[in-house]
Design a binder for this molecule. Sequence first.
Ligand code: FES
Length: 619
Amino acid sequence: MATIAPERLVRAASLAELRAAGRLVVHVDRHTLCLFADGDDVYAVDNRCPHMGFPLHRGSIADGILTCHWHHARFDLCTGGTFDQWADDLRRFPVELRGDDVLVDVSPLEDPVAHQRERLRDGLERNIPLVLAKATIALVEAGPSGIDVFRAALDFGVERRGGGWFRGLTTLACFMNLVPLVERGDRAVALYHGVADVASDSANEAPRFPLDPLPGDAPEPARIARWFRRFVEVRDAEGAERAIVSAIRAGASQTELADMLFAAAADHRYLDGGHTLDFVNKAMEALDVAGWEFAEAVLASLPAQLAGAERMEEANSWRNPVDLVALLDDAFERLPAALEASKNGAAWADRNALVQTVLGDDPTAIVESLLAALRDGATEVDVASAVSFTAATRIARFPTTNEFGDWDTALHTFTFANAVEQGMRRSPSAELVRGVFDAAMSVHLDRFLNVPATRLPRPDGNGDPDELWGELARAFDRQQQVDEAAGLAASFLGSGGEAKRLVAALGSALLRENRNFHTIQCVEAAARQYWVVGIGAGASEGAEKFGHELINRANFGLTVRVWGPHALSIGYVLSTRDARVPAGDDRHQSVETVTLSYNFLGHTRFGAVEWRPAEMPAR
Ligand code: FES
């Protein structure tokens, strides 16, 4: 038996007294211990049951096992180990007997954080909410960023859920994005909800057995990307998984991986009501937080969802009474030319007109207005952002007379539109632009959810933010206060109330209710839209702290007449993007485009500047 260093021992009781009583509660060094005399042996344990704190001196002992009388958790008295994983190991204190003295060692635990990491894993494996809550609180206290908890749950979810990335991991990523935005005291609760959803989503699921990459030297990423899309097209999840794992091992960049996944997610219309593309986006946001060294495990969890998703080509609502799929197919044929024209460097300023058209009744006009916006110089991000705004507007104008389940329809469109936009900001591509058109069609299909349309609040800006704040908090406490709460929120902001405070309050309101997946997605997407996308630095007090995005574009050109009306032009466009996302990395990107074009200058008053002296003969 290992001996205890004498300086660590503290006298706890008289041995004779303990043997006479059988058990004693003692206070040593701010610990409340229960001493047990069981036969010739003496034990010292924490008197609080590690499950929910019941006093263990009221428990019973049989054959060396201590049983708590509240929920009957059982503990080996000798080691403190429990036989019931929903409890926890009982803290035992080493004992030494010297004469009549019972001496105990109450030195601090060597690594309580490591113990809580193990408990987090136990809770995830066995789907035990209380264990997850306790471990999450302890780990967030030790590391307030919550990254440790997030990584552990992410690792578990992608490894253990045979069906791949789904609801639980999306909830986790949403809450991790919200952690920097909620009150400090809500952070552990936010992470707990994410972790608990991963556990419940993975419970009773077969584990996922990861695939190795292709042997030897993998082909270049562009070829693997083609394979990947082909495998998803024929619903071959395993083929697609091996392709993406091989691409990662072959050194594909983050942009190449994003393009590959987003292209496959947009090859068919509005997969699984928008969830599939949102899952792809959330997986990448999760990697931004956890680190891209987890890419192989995380991204390999996506093909099952991509290959198995319902395609809206199969849905009646996308085929009748208007064949939206045919309309989009026609638009996609004209998309490359529109995207080419969008590089002309012109400043596009018709966002409002585009928004109004997308919110209108005519799907053909919507498609044409998107193409026209691109031709007129709108970037891929510009059109994606405008469509996200229309999707949010559908929610703002949603009347409460609708069926309750209809909320989900409007929320799906908004979270999908937001995911497309976030993907576009990560890596714009012609393939992903199709997602913008899908989102616009979904906004169109949702138009009956705005009949009659709720009037948008029009705050006068003269309120007292603190008073409005109190009213808003009271509205959150009552049911059926949707329009009232919206009006108060608008008045609060309009009267100079801090948006940061409002977002934190929405987070708190979300966390105190039962977990509702679609509401979580919606609040997270709205927060991201507010802080990062639509507004950016300087949007409101404190916005800079939470994230920003600044896109600049410079355009230079020179045209030289070569002979007669024939001229050559050289153009140069420089686009830069400087973005910071809450809980994510800084991103600085720049793209340079050089174009060489032929121009026919024609005559004066027809597109040409007459530079020759008047006395020279006109051409
Ligand atoms: S408090 Fe001891 S088993 Fe629940």
